[in-house]
Design a protein around this ligand. Sequence first.
Ligand code: SAH
Length: 459
Amino acid sequence: METLPLGFRLQDRPCLVVGGGDIAARKASLVLRAGARVTLVAPEVLPSLRADIKAQGGTVQLRRFQEDDVVGNVLVIAATSDEAVNAAVSQACQARSIPVNVVDAPALCTVIFPAIIDRSPLLIGISSNGVSPVLARRLRGRIESLIPAAYGRLASLLGEFRKQAKQHFPDASARRQFWESVLDGPLPELVFGGREAEARQQLAGLLENPAKPPSGEVYLVGAGPGDPDLLTFKALRLMQQADVVVYDRLVSAPILDLCRRDADRIYVGKARADHALPQEDINGLLVRLAREGKRVCRLKGGDPFIFGRGGEEIEELADAGIPFQVVPGITAASGCAAYSGIPLTHRNHAQSVRFVTGHLKDGTPDLPWAELVHPNQTLVLYMGLVSLGPIREQLLAHGLPISTPVAMISRGTTPQQQVVTGTLQDITDKLAATPLPAPTLIIVGDVVTLRERLNWFRD
Ligand code: SAH
């Protein structure tokens, strides 16, 4: 870290601003907002700036800067257009260990101003350490748009009850769980909707009458096919809340990185035929962790209810009376189709789409083949790579034309995505020529031909 961001308490404390133009005005307005008593020194000063400073009990001295102007100030800002003056201010401060900021001259600063998002009492500062203020400001713009203006009011309200909460929950982790459950509940929406009195009442009630300690909970979250941008807001929020993350092989590393930093991570594997933990043990693990009072994020690739055995996991939770939530994810079929330019349905090519597992019991295909060979239907095969040979034979035997287009999409939506296209005639030869790493999805149907015109993702 090149600098350490700290909050500077300036209420009623003396600050010096050297300079009286636009830039000085911008900096002065920040220290004035923080309640500083400002002395401004400059031969000339904008009338509005002068008025602002006077309104807050400060003084304006219309003259040139002198070295001992800095004495007695807790913060000094140099914002003149004269480099020599700026340098003199910096030197005078540094000789006396007074924090100094010189506008547009990082080398002369001992403190720098971040771009600020003000949701007082909540404050966010973003700094590029002078390397690219424009980048920092852009980032500020994006974060501004994510945080409702009323967040400040919410923070103030929670602050009112801080002491009381400490008394009710002396244990820090129980206290945190209490606050988390408050924030997960309806209270924030009450504040955002301007019903603060009601929110205050509700919070007082919760503290007077603390419900039994928050129990554990399981979030069954679909992490999508790989690209972290395809997570839902809800998935991300729960991933950042959970105390434990239980994940399997299909969850990509960049997605795992988005989980709460200090959350425990438990890998439960599941490469084909190499089950790191048998399904029954995973189900049991979820129950045990939740009973310990943990918030567990069960993170699964794609959508948890599509070939994800998510149903079995929550069945056991339901039987054990453990609360859970299910968050849908983008399933591999949607992700791979979008990122390979293959619409799953199309007015001229396919009026229906079927998702089928290619994971065949004992290697023997027992799928309703007759239903799978309908014209104008797209077939999506999950876990089908290993059984592609027998699947192809069955489709042909049940009447699908040998010219039917096929696409195989490996590691779809990630930077490692690879797509191989062909027809039922040549697809197995093509696969032999280009072995594809797992996971791979297979799409069968006329829609595959659209890829030629519609692909947009470099792969
Ligand atoms: N619940 C998951 C599917 C789990 S089954 C979902 O909704 O996507 C595992 C199979 O999903 C793999 O064998 C592969 O066929 C497919 N799959 C998952 N992610 C994939 C990806 N990024 N690219 C290609 N196929 C994927």
